[in-house]
Design a binder for this molecule. Structure first.
Ligand code: SER
Length: 323
């Protein structure tokens, strides 16, 4: 099944891995990666078909969609939770205007599907924190979380009003060797980088702050599985997905097994409050039932794999500012 796919926010932590997976699956010539900056070196190396796009520019977005005869728009461009709290105005313009343009472009050009990620950040302090169900009170308190609720509600509105095939996943924290971009769950990536580079890490969350997480291969699998799921079987448009819950203290033992000298310290900052407004664990049974979601990686498998691949990335990116 060949699809032509355009990805916004394509050089983000998830985007760059997703673009490579889509190129493998649908053929390199059928995937268009876009982003605000000039082509990143990782895309140059892989000869990715890349165009600059500011998602706030509807005309530019439509032009690219038409010129490349796109079937599916994957709208990943977003300012994440921690960066959003530092600059709510920027987060508003990119996250809200950008998604509205993606919706309108999909509607006007009659594209086959629009996928846009939501997040555990769509939940808030009044959401039940343990085993948070799919259909539950949200009321987030970050600008990023509010933008995710906007994405879910507007996507569902366009689905019922115009029959637009909108689909969304509430990603948990996604762990991978790729550099993350301004989120509250980034500690679960920097801990590996710092363990490998300096054998110690100062964490910006308290040791027992549990959050739902998954390893990148599961994130990519969930995304492609939902995009390809039989539309007639979907009763929801937005789905909880998770693999495990993780607090900083849970990774200390597994990392010490590989790096015995590893030490951790805790200096919680403003991100602690964000983390405490999100669920500690979520119930993804709706995704399991409607399109067969099931993660492959548990904490030990993720840790082993991530240490291996992060050691390459950490060597190459020495000197990167660890948010
Ligand atoms: N990883 C994101 C963040 O921390 C959550 O979706 O902002």
């Amino acid at each position: 099944m060949t699809k032509r796919v355009l990805v916004t926010g394509s050089y983000g932590q998830i985007g760059q891995v997703l673009v490579a997976a889509l190129m493998d699956r649908y053929g390199k010539e059928n995937i268009i990666a876009t982003g605000r900056k000039k082509i990143p070196s990782v895309f140059k190396e892989k000869d990715v078909h890349y165009h600059r796009l500011d998602v706030r520019d509807l005309t530019q977005m439509q032009t690219l969609l038409v010129e490349h005869d796109i079937d599916i728009l994957i709208h990943n461009a977003s300012v994440l939770s921690a960066t959003g709290e530092k600059n709510p105005q920027l987060a508003h313009s990119i996250n809200f205007e950008g998604f509205y343009n993606a919706l309108e472009a999909t509607r006007m050009l009659n594209l086959e599907q629009l996928f846009a990620p939501s997040s555990i950040a769509a939940f808030g302090p009044s959401t039940p924190r343990e085993n948070t169900p799919n259909d539950v009170i949200t009321r987030p308190t970050t600008i990023y979380g509010i933008s995710k609720v906007y994405i879910e509600l507007m996507g569902e509105y366009y689905h019922q009003k115009y029959g637009l095939d909108f689909r969304s996943l509430r990603y948990p924290g996604v762990i991978s060797p790729e550099e993350p971009g301004g989120g509250t769950t980034d500690w679960a990536i920097w801990i590996f980088w710092e363990a490998l580079r300096n054998k110690k890490y100062t964490c910006f969350l308290k040791e027992d702050t549990s959050l739902p997480m998954m390893y990148m291969p599961d994130c990519i699998k969930s995304t492609i599985d939902l995009i390809e799921a039989d539309n007639s079987k979907l009763e929801h448009r937005s789905f909880n997905v998770t693999a495990f819950s993780l607090a900083p203290k849970d990774l200390v033992g597994p990392i010490k097994e590989a790096i015995p000298e590893f030490e951790i310290a805790y200096e919680p900052d403003f991100r602690q409050q964000i983390a405490e407004s999100w669920p500690a664990s979520i119930d993804d049974s709706v995704a399991r039932k409607e399109w067969g979601w099931k993660p492959d990686y548990d904490i030990p498998a993720m840790t082993k794999d991530c240490l291996l691949y992060t050691s390459d990335a950490a060597d190459e990116l020495d000197g990167v500012d660890l948010g």
